[in-house]
Ligand binder design. Structure first.
Ligand code: ADP
Ligand code: MG
Length: 682
């Protein structure tokens, strides 16, 4: 076998049929195949006695066939094989549907291992369609069995057999990307052992060892990739910005910036005068005043004769930014324009023309800013707001509109430092760790469902005082909110309107509405045309309605702490005392503790740390969806110690050998990972 890029068809034992099935999962090469890691594992090492089987639980039993299997034809297309098995403790009746061939394979007097869900009563145990295997075979029973992610037409059997063939085929050619020295220093196993045991673990310990090695390797390569990206950026030269007298800008503001805001501005301006492109993340809790930091940078860029663009994830946010910033900026001589999906075609054309000639200095908008036809005369600064809502591609597209423009990414999602290191390893980070003065903390309460009447009475009182309220509606089910989201919101809103607040104006918004409809509802709420807004989490993004003073969250236990914090940040934006009411009937101690954290602290970073701590290790391969290149085994939430080790190792190696000449296998892997995802981290 030549190398890992060999087509799976070339592997012994994998024919056209199987290759086609694998293709459905995107598995084309030998490397794809052996890197298709299990989603979880089933521990089938211990066989139980029949008497010890618990109805409703899956388990292995070793039992002897007591009488010849019988086949009965139930109805068209449905045959049933029945067989009775026994051990010294009891009797197990086993049935198989449509597997008539088993009749000739299960022999009376021989012992087999059955793995399946036990049913029946304590005295009479049954199992329907278990996995059955001859004793001692040990492929699907008597061991820790990998459970793979599947798709229609591809079974566990096909996958585990194919992967077995794959591992055998590449046993002699698996390149070890970790230099021996590093491997030994960090007590990591060899590559063959790791692949063997991540798929077919000999024991729980072996699985741990394999996982640790593969996670380390991923984090190691990832760090090297990030460091090289950063270096690539550092060697790009752009004309440095001149220093600009910022006094006029500061004097035009209705308030003075907080020290934290000033520091972030200074850090960003220093980047822009450095001669290499800025690539900075500005992180600040909701309400910390990120917009003004962006505005200062825009002013600076424009006074340097360049253009700036600010991209928001929704139409209403873009409008809010425009409404808030344009008067200020125009006063300072900055020519502004708003460009969104709903800008009339004619206006759009005229704005595009003015952007291309440089008559407009500052464009605020949605992704309309990056549609193909929009050209900029000299785009020098790109700001994206609430970055987690944007695909990487969109950010890259906006940056691509200029010649290495400076980029500033604004995020209100506080993340723990360890996580930031890996997510933003390529970005410089500024943190606004201070709120503007005079903010009254949001009073937060956690209450049970029986408080509904009191909660409603409270809403009524605040509405009578002229305030508005958000109600985040109960989710229908934890994992699967989508199918019923629309129904849940509309019905809850209808009920509130009809039964509780017939005299008030109740509106609703959910993620299934068209962007235009959503924006219309939000705009009406912002204009105080409605009193109470029932919604799903779509209001999570930074819409500013200063008159909204209450946030009620139903089924608060369903949300992560960070998400609750984001939701809470929708209120407390004006001069009124604001409230957040978390409703939950969940009696789970951990849930109660989580909600208590919310009532005790307003600090988004603390909450994020706590979230991570309480959430614990989670699923074995929990967070696959983070979109970072090459992290399949490592869990970015939990492997923080390992991350530190891997980072140290990567740094030490790069210091000694920046071009990775001593470890070509690692160099090759990094190149592969990061060219497949060229701009994965912009
Ligand atoms: P976020 O960081 O959530 O985007 P914003 O930029 O929307 O926060 O600011 C929240 C509110 O605080 C806005 O109404 C803004 O005008 C106000 N604000 C920002 N900076 C200050 C400051 N230094 N002093 C007083 N108010 C401020
Ligand atoms: Mg904001």
């Amino acid at each position: 076998m030549a190398d890992l890029n060999t087509d799976v068809r070339m592997i012994r034992g994998i024919g056209e049929q199987r290759a086609k099935a694998l293709g459905k999962l995107g598995i084309a090469t030998l490397r794809d195949l052996i890197s298709w890691f299990p989603r979880k594992y089933d521990d089938r090492t211990q066989a139980k006695r029949i008497a010890d089987l618990v109805p409703g639980e899956s388990a292995c039993v070793a039992a002897m066939i007591a009488s010849p299997p019988t086949v009965s034809h139930i109805r068209k297309g449905m045959d049933l094989v029945k067989v009775r098995a026994v051990d010294e403790s009891g009797v197990l009746d086993v049935t198989f549907f449509n597997q008539t061939w088993l009749k000739n394979q299960l022999h009376q007097g021989e012992t087999y291992i059955f793995y399946g869900r036990a049913e029946g009563s304590l005295l009479r145990k049954t199992m329907a369609s278990p996995i059955v295997e001859q004793e001692g075979r040990g492929e699907f029973t008597g061991r820790i069995v990998p459970i793979y992610p599947l798709t229609a037409g591809v079974s566990q059997l096909i996958l585990s057999r194919s992967i077995r063939q794959g591992l055998d085929a590449c046993a002699d050619i698996l390149p070890d990307v970790l230099p021996d020295e590093i491997r030994q220093e960090h007590h990591l196993c060899r590559i063959n052992y790791a692949y063997e045991n991540i798929h077919f673990p000999e024991s729980a310990e072996a699985l741990d060892i394999a996982r640790r090695r593969l996670a380390f390797e991923e984090l190691f390569l990832f760090t090297i990739g990030l460091k090289r990206l950063r270096r690539r950026r550092e060697v790009v030269h752009v004309p440095p910005c001149r220093a600009v007298d910022m006094d006029a800008f500061y004097a035009a503001l209705p308030f003075s910036l907080t020290d934290a805001q000033r520091r972030c501005v200074d850090e960003a301006l220093a980047d822009m005068t450095s001669g290499t492109p800025m690539n900075r993340l500005c992180q600040g809790d909701v309400g910390s005043g990120k917009t003004m930091v962006a505005a200062a940078c825009v002013y600076f860029a424009v006074k340097n004769g360049r253009q700036a663009a600010l991209m928001a994830p929704t139409e209403i946010l873009a409008q809010q930014h425009y409404a808030g910033l344009a008067p200020l900026m125009e006063n300072l001589g900055v020519r502004c324009a708003l460009l969104t999906g709903s800008t009339p075609a004619k206006t759009k054309r005229s704005i595009a023309a003015q952007l291309s000639t440089g008559e407009i200095d500052f464009a605020i908008g949605t992704h309309a800013l990056i549609t193909g036809s929009v050209e900029y005369a000299d785009l020098g600064l790109v700001v994206t707001d609430e970055q987690h809502r944007f695909g990487v591609g969109q950010r890259a597209a906006l940056a691509g509109k200029g010649e290495h423009p400076h980029t500033l990414v604004m995020s209100a999602t506080p993340i723990p430092r360890t996580l930031a290191l890996i997510l933003y390893g390529d970005l410089d980070v500024s943190v606004i760790d201070q709120l503007p003065p005079g903010r009254r903390p949001i009073k937060t309460y956690a209450v049970p469902g029986s408080y509904h009447p009191r909660v409603y009475a409270f809403l009524r009182k605040l509405v009578a005082e002229g305030r508005q309220a958000y109600v985040v509606c109960p989710q229908v089910s934890e994992n699967d909110e989508l199918p019923d989201e629309r129904k849940a919101v509309t019905e809850y809103a209808k009920k509130l309107q009809a039964e509780v607040f017939p005299d008030l104006k109740v509106a609703f918004v959910h993620g299934k509405m068209k962007p235009k409809e959503k924006d219309a509802v939000m705009t009406a709420f912002a204009a105080h045309e409605t009193d109470i807004l029932v919604s799903t989490t779509v209001i999570e993004v930074g819409v500013d309605v200063p008159n909204a003073a209450v946030m009620v969250i139903e089924n608060a236990e369903r949300f992560g702490l960070s998400q609750l914090h984001q939701l809470r940040g929708r209120v407390g934006r004006g001069k009124h005392q604001s409230y957040c009411i978390l409703i939950s009937d969940n009696q789970n101690e951990e849930t109660k503790q989580r909600l208590r954290v919310m009532t005790k602290t307003a600090d988004g970073f603390k909450i994020a740390e706590e979230d991570l701590r309480l959430r614990g290790p989670g699923d074995f391969f929990g967070q696959r969806q983070h979109g970072l290149p090459g992290l399949r085994v490592a869990d970015i939430g939990c492997d923080t110690q390992l991350l530190k080790e891997a980072q140290q190792a990567a740094e030490a190696l790069l210091a000694k050998d920046p071009e990775l000449e001593t470890c070509p296998a690692a160099a090759e892997r990094v190149a592969e990972l990061f060219t497949q995802n060229a701009d994965a981290l912009n």
